[in-house]
Write a protein that binds this ligand. Structure first.
Ligand code: ADP
Ligand code: MG
Length: 496
C-alpha cells in the first residue's frame, strides 16, 4: 500500500526558522507515540499487566507463543482505543483488521507482532496545542492497536542474556501525527497535550519514566517554501526533554550534511542522551520487509455504532472543554485556565477552592502558591498537605480583608507545615490586619520622624513612597492594611 501523501499544510513562522550563512532552514516533524493501554490484562491474553512483578511471572501460554495457543481479543483494550479516538475527535472505524508484522528478535517469541496496518481502529483526528502566542491544530493520521514485545536484559552477567516476557503482549496504542510540527517546542507541547488527554481519559498513565509513553520522532529539514525533505526516524525517545534535544540535534546534523552538498539517507536513529546526539541504528526498513498480512487467528474487529455511542456518553470533560469552561465560568485568563487544566486532579482541586469564592484570588493562590510549592517539593496535587478547604479558608480571609497579602503568605506557611483551620489560626495568633487608622498613623509618624533625609527625597522622587510603606509594614509586623498605609503616608508627606 502507498502511504497517504503527507499534507504539507503549515509553513514555519520566521521566528521558528534556523538561520544559516547560506540562508534559512525549517524543520518538519511528525511523531509516532506508543502509549501503553491502561488495562488489567493483555491485548490477547488474560495475563496481568502489573508493572514491577518478578521477571516472567505475568506470562500466559499465549504470551510465550506456545504452539497452538490462540489469541483472544480483550474488549477493555478495544474500548480504551475507542475512548482515545473520541478524545482526539477522530474517525472511529467500526471495522478494523489485525495484521502480523514479521520479524525476529529474542524478546518476540511469536516471530511476529500483532498490529494493525491497512485498517486501523481509529482514523483522522486532531489535537489543539497552546503555544505562547497562538493555539495550533496538529493532525492525527491514525491510531492503531498492537502488542508490546518482551524485554532483553544483557547486562546482568558478562556471558548471558535474559529475556523477560512480562511486557510481551501488553496492549499499545500507536498514535501517529501528521508532519505538522515545525519546532522542538511544538513537538514537546504536542506530547504534553497528548499525555494530558490520555490521562483525563484514563486510557494510559502517560508515565514516561516507566516507559508507558514513548515516541518515535521523525525529523526532516527544508528551505522555506520547498517540498518536504527526506526524514530520519529517532526511535523510542522516552522523555519530553529528550524529544526536544533529539530534534534540535538531528535538524542541525541534517542541515550540516545538506550544506556540505551531501544527501540525507532515510534511516532509523537512536538518541544518546548522555552525549545529546543521535546516531545511526539501521537503514530504514520498508513496510514490505515485514511481510504484513492479516492474522488468520483473528477475525476482523467489528462493533456497532451503539457500542461507540455508549462509550462516548461516558467520556469525562476533556482539557480543552474544561479550559473553555474555566474562562467562561470563573473569569480566569486563558493562560491560567490552561495551567489549571493540565491535570484533571489539579482542575478538581481548583474548583473545590473556587466554588462560592472569589475565583481570581483562588486561581492566583492555587497556581502561584500551592502549585509552586508542590512543584518545589516534588508532590502531586493529590498528595498536597493542604486541602482545598484550607486554601479556600485563606482565600476567604484575604477577600474579606481580615489579612493582607503578606500575612496570607505567613498563614500559608503555617497551614502547610502544621495544618489547622486558617481562621482559627489568625484569631489565636493575632494575625489580623490592622485597619485601625490610629495605630497605622502612629506607625507612619514614627517612620517619618526617624527619617528626615528620606522625607526630603520623597518630595522630589514620589516613587520612594514604596520604601516608606515597607517600613511601616515592618513596624506593624505586616499587619497594617497596605492601601490604608499608602493613603495615610501620602497625606502626611503631602504627595499626590
Ligand atoms: P513509517 O510507518 O514508515 O514510519 P509513516 O508514513 O507512517 O511511515 O510516517 C511516520 C511518521 O513520519 C508520521 O508521524 C509522519 O507525520 C512523519 N513524516 C512523514 N514524512 C515526514 C517528513 N518528510 N518529515 C518529517 N516527518 C515526516
Ligand atoms: Mg515508523
Amino acid at each position: 500500500m502507498n502511504a497517504p501523501l503527507p499534507l504539507d499544510r503549515r509553513a514555519a513562522k520566521p521566528s521558528q526558522r534556523i538561520k544559516s550563512a547560506t540562508g534559512d532552514w525549517e524543520m518538519v516533524i511528525g511523531l509516532e507515540v506508543h502509549a501503553q493501554v491502561n488495562s488489567n490484562s493483555k491485548l490477547f491474553s488474560g495475563a496481568s499487566t502489573h508493572f514491577g512483578n518478578a521477571p516472567n511471572s505475568n506470562v500466559s501460554l499465549v504470551d510465550a507463543a506456545m504452539p497452538g495457543m490462540l489469541p483472544v481479543i480483550n474488549v477493555e483494550c478495544v474500548k480504551q482505543a475507542i475512548r482515545t479516538g473520541l478524545g482526539l475527535k477522530a474517525q472511529i472505524n467500526r471495522r478494523s483488521v489485525f495484521d502480523r508484522k514479521n520479524y525476529f528478535y529474542p524478546d518476540l517469541p511469536q516471530g511476529y507482532q500483532i498490529s494493525q496496518y491497512k485498517s486501523p481502529i481509529v482514523g483522522e483526528g486532531e489535537i489543539l496545542i497552546d503555544m505562547p502566542d497562538e493555539t495550533i491544530t496538529i493532525g492525527i493520521e491514525r491510531l492503531h492497536l498492537e502488542q508490546d514485545a518482551g524485554k532483553s536484559i544483557h547486562d546482568l552477567s558478562p556471558s548471558f542474556s535474559y529475556v523477560d516476557l512480562n511486557r510481551s503482549g501488553v496492549a499499545l496504542m500507536e498514535i501517529v501525527s501528521r508532519p505538522d510540527l515545525r519546532s522542538a517546542d511544538e513537538a514537546k507541547a504536542y506530547v504534553s497535550k497528548l499525555r494530558t488527554i490520555l490521562r483525563y481519559l484514563g486510557t494510559c498513565d502517560g508515565d514516561m519514566e516507566k516507559g508507558n509513553l514513548r515516541a518515535d520522532v521523525n525529523v526532516s529539514v527544508r528551505r522555506p517554501g520547498a517540498p518536504f525533505g527526506t526524514r530520519c526516524e529517532i526511535k523510542n525517545v522516552n522523555s519530553i526533554r529528550f524529544i526536544g534535544q533529539a530534534i534540535e540535534y538531528e535538524a542541525r546534523r541534517q542541515i550540516g550534511i545538506l550544506e556540505d552538498g551531501g544527501e540525507i539517507i532515510q534511516e532509523t536513529r537512536l538518541f544518546d542522551h548522555g552525549k545529546g546526539e543521535t546516531r545511526s541504528m539501521r537503514s530504514k526498513e520498508e513496510a514490505h520487509d515485514y511481510r504484513y498480512f492479516p492474522d488468520p487467528d483473528l477475525l476482523p474487529l467489528e462493533f456497532s455504532a451503539e457500542f461507540v455511542e455508549e462509550l462516548k456518553s461516558h467520556l469525562p470533560e476533556l482539557p480543552d472543554e474544561k479550559k473553555a469552561r474555566f474562562i467562561e465560568q470563573y473569569g480566569v485568563t486563558p493562560y491560567d485556565a490552561m495551567v489549571l487544566t493540565l491535570e484533571r486532579e489539579s482542575a478538581d482541586f481548583f474548583e473545590a477552592v473556587a466554588r462560592g469564592r472569589d475565583a481570581k484570588i483562588a486561581a492566583n493562590w492555587v497556581i502561584n502558591e500551592l502549585f509552586g510549592r508542590l512543584n518545589k517539593e516534588g508532590l502531586e496535587v493529590t498528595a498536597s498537605p493542604m486541602s482545598a478547604d484550607q486554601l479556600g479558608g485563606i482565600v476567604d480571609l484575604i477577600k474579606d480583608g481580615t489579612i493582607s497579602g503578606k500575612l496570607a503568605k505567613d498563614l500559608f506557611e503555617i497551614v502547610w507545615a502544621e495544618g489547622g483551620n486558617p481562621r482559627e489560626i489568625v484569631e489565636a495568633r493575632g494575625m489580623k490586619q490592622v485597619t485601625d487608622t490610629g495605630a497605622i498613623e502612629a506607625a507612619c509618624d514614627a517612620v517619618i520622624a526617624a527619617n528626615p533625609d528620606k522625607v526630603e527625597q520623597v518630595k522630589v522622587k514620589p516613587t520612594m513612597l514604596g520604601w516608606f510603606v515597607g517600613q511601616v509594614m515592618k513596624q506593624t509586623g505586616g499587619k497594617a492594611s497596605p492601601p490604608a498605609v499608602n493613603e495615610i503616608l501620602k497625606a502626611k508627606l503631602g504627595i499626590e
